[in-house]
Design a protein around this ligand. Structure first.
Ligand SMILES: Cc1cc2nc3c(=O)[nH]c(=O)nc-3n(C[C@H](O)[C@H](O)[C@H](O)COP(=O)(O)OP(=O)(O)OC[C@H]3O[C@@H](n4cnc5c(N)ncnc54)[C@H](O)[C@@H]3O)c2cc1C
Length: 247
C-alpha cells in the first residue's frame, strides 16, 4: 500500500480558466528536481490519486504543482476546487527518473515542454545542476494561447541571473505572439526556426534534450531527434534525450 502523508493547502494561483497552481505543506522525503509526487483526495468515500511534477525546487517549501483542470475529469476538478487550509494526501516518497542525475555534461541543454510540462523545468532551473553541466540552457514552452505562458516572473528571474546562458522561447499555436514563435514545437524543430531563434543547434555531440508534456509532441519529437542521431537516455546507458509523458 502506498504511504500517504497528510498535507495542507497553503497557496493557490489561478492562471487562466483551467490552469492552476497549488502550494502545500507536507512532510515528504527529499526529492530531486524533475521528480513528481502523487496527490490524493478522498472523493465520494474513495481515495483517488494522480501524479504531479514538482515545480518548486528541492530546497524550497512549500511544495508547488501546476495543473490543468480537465473538465469532467475524475480528479482535477476537485484539485482545482481546493481552498487554503484544505487537507490533501501526498505520497511520502517523491518518484521518477526524469532528472539530470545521470545526464552527461554537454554544451547545451534543451528543455522542451508543452502546457503544464514547463513546471518540472522551473524546479531544475532553480538548482545549480543545469548551470554546472551545460554552457547554455534553452527553455521552450509550447502553448495554445498566450495566457498559458505561466510563471513569467520566475522565468524572468532565471533570465536575469544567468544572462546569455539562458534562452526562453515561447511557442504559441492559436494566436499571434510576436515576442515568441508561432507554431508547434515539432514543426519549429523541423523548419529550423527553433534553433535559429535560440542561436544554437541541436546535435548529438553537443546537446541533451528533455521532452515533457503531451505524448503526441514527445512521439514526434523523438522521431526528429533520432533522425539527427540522438539516442534515448537510460539511467545506466547515457543518451542525449529523455522524456516524461503526462497524457
Ligand atoms: C509522471 C507524471 C507527472 C505528471 N505531472 C503533471 C503535472 O505536473 N501537471 C498536470 O497537469 N498533469 C500532470 N500529469 C497528469 C496527471 O497525473 C493527470 O492525469 C491529469 O491531471 C488529469 O487528471 P484527471 O483525473 O482530471 O483526468 P484523467 O482521467 O486522468 O484524464 C482525462 C483526460 O485529460 C487528459 N490530460 C491529462 N493530463 C493533462 C494535462 N496536464 N493537460 C491537459 N490534458 C491532460 C488525458 O489525456 C485524458 O484524456 C502527470 C502524469 C504523470 C504520469
Amino acid at each position: 500500500m502506498r504511504d500517504w502523508v497528510k498535507g495542507t493547502v497553503v497557496g493557490r494561483h489561478v492562471w487562466t480558466d483551467g490552469l492552476f497552481s497549488i502550494q502545500f505543506d507536507a512532510p515528504v522525503a527529499d526529492f530531486r528536481a524533475g521528480q513528481y509526487v502523487k496527490i490524493a483526495l478522498d472523493i465520494d468515500g474513495e481515495r483517488v490519486s494522480r501524479a504531479y511534477s514538482l515545480v518548486s525546487p528541492p530546497q524550497d517549501r512549500p511544495l508547488e504543482v501546476l495543473f490543468n483542470e480537465v473538465p469532467g475529469g475524475p480528479f482535477t476538478p476537485y484539485l482545482s476546487g481546493l481552498k487554503l487550509g484544505d487537507p490533501v494526501w501526498v505520497s511520502a516518497q517523491p518518484g521518477g527518473i526524469f532528472t539530470l542525475e545521470f545526464v552527461l555534461p554537454a554544451d547545451s541543454l534543451w528543455l522542451l515542454a508543452t502546457g503544464t510540462g514547463v513546471g518540472v523545468y522551473l524546479s531544475m532551473l532553480r538548482t545549480p545542476d543545469p548551470w554546472e553541466r551545460f554552457r547554455r540552457v534553452v527553455l521552450v514552452h509550447g502553448v495554445r494561447n498566450v495566457a498559458d505562458l505561466v510563471y513569467g516572473e520566475t522565468i524572468a528571474a532565471i533570465a536575469a541571473r544567468y544572462g546569455e546562458r539562458f534562452v526562453m522561447v515561447p511557442a504559441v499555436t492559436r494566436e499571434p505572439y510576436a515576442p515568441g514563435l508561432n507554431g508547434r514545437i515539432t514543426d519549429l524543430l523541423n523548419s529550423g526556426a527553433l534553433e535559429e531563434r535560440a542561436g544554437t543547434g541541436i546535435a548529438a555531440a553537443s546537446s541533451h534534450v528533455m521532452l515533457c508534456g503531451n505524448s503526441a509532441m514527445i512521439k514526434d519529437a523523438k522521431v526528429i531527434l533520432e533522425g539527427r542521431g540522438l539516442v534515448r537516455h537510460r539511467r545506466h546507458v547515457p543518451g542525449q534525450y529523455s522524456a516524461e509523458h503526462y497524457h
